[in-house]
Write a protein that binds this ligand. Structure first.
Ligand SMILES: [Zn+2]
Length: 94
């Protein structure tokens, strides 16, 4: 699989969960070889509808109900948005 193919797969992801699983797969494949940022442009991941989040720290993509987050160990996870629309870790509820 080429670098281009991985980026194309990411670009063609059709759901947030699909994107999360794809990134996890890529991460596993390249583990120890290079950083995922060298393979996939993490700053322009596709998003899947809904309003953008205000605080994008560690938030990489979203849909209407959920956000895609990653920690520094490269664990990708889909988490429900808070009712304020932000990732729960960035909740701005009163
Ligand atoms: Zn909130």
């Amino acid at each position: 699989m080429t670098i281009t193919t991985k980026q194309q797969q990411v670009n063609e992801a059709s759901t947030l969960a699909g994107l999360a699983s794809l990134l996890h797969t890529i991460q596993t494949e390249i583990d120890g070889e290079c950083n995922i940022e060298n393979v996939v442009d993490l700053c322009s991941l596709p998003t899947f509808g809904g309003a953008g989040v205000k605080n994008t720290d560690e938030v990489w993509s979203w849909d209407e109900c959920a956000v895609l987050v990653a920690n520094c160990y490269g664990k990708w996870a889909v988490q429900d948005r808070c009712s304020c629309g932000e990732a729960t870790r960035h909740c701005i509820c009163e």
